[in-house]
Design a protein around this ligand. Sequence first.
Ligand SMILES: *[C@@H]1O[C@H](CO)[C@@H](O)[C@H](O)[C@H]1NC(C)=O
Length: 142
Amino acid sequence: MNITKMSNKKPVFVLMLPLLRTVGLRAFSMASEAYSSGTHSAAFVTCPNDTVAKDLARGIVEKKLAACVNIVPKITSIYEWQGKIEEDSEVLLMIKTRSTKIPALAEYVRSNHPYEVAEVISLPIDQGNPPYLKWIGDIVPE
Ligand SMILES: *[C@@H]1O[C@H](CO)[C@@H](O)[C@H](O)[C@H]1NC(C)=O
C-alpha cells in the first residue's frame, strides 16, 4: 500500500469543496435579493369614465408613480353614499408600483380626480414572475 499516493489525491477534492460552497452561496444570495414580499403593491382606483381613467393613468406613469396601469372598462359599482344605495358604471385602474410610492400615488389621485372621495386602496404583492417584479423596480425610482 502506497500511503504517499493516497494522500496525493486528497487535497484536490478538499480544495474543490470551498469553491462549490462559494458558487452555491452566491447563487442563493442572488435568488433571495430578487424580490421580497410586499416590496411592490397593486393599487386600485375607480373612475367615472374612460377619459378620466386615461388621463389619470397617463399622469401616474409619466410622473413615475407606477410602472403600469391597466384600465378595466365597464365595471358596475354598487355602494352607499349619503344614505342612499347607488349604482354606477365606472372604470377601474389597476396600478402596479413600489409600495413606498402609495402615499404619493394617493396624493396625486386626490388632487386630479373628480370625485369628492376618490377610491385609492392598495394590496402588497406577495410573489410573481421575478423579471416582471424586477421591471417594476427598474421603472419606479425608490
Ligand atoms: C367623464 O367624467 C368627468 C368627471 O365626472 C366629466 O367631467 C366628463 O364630462 C366625463 N366625460 C365623458 C366623456 O363622459
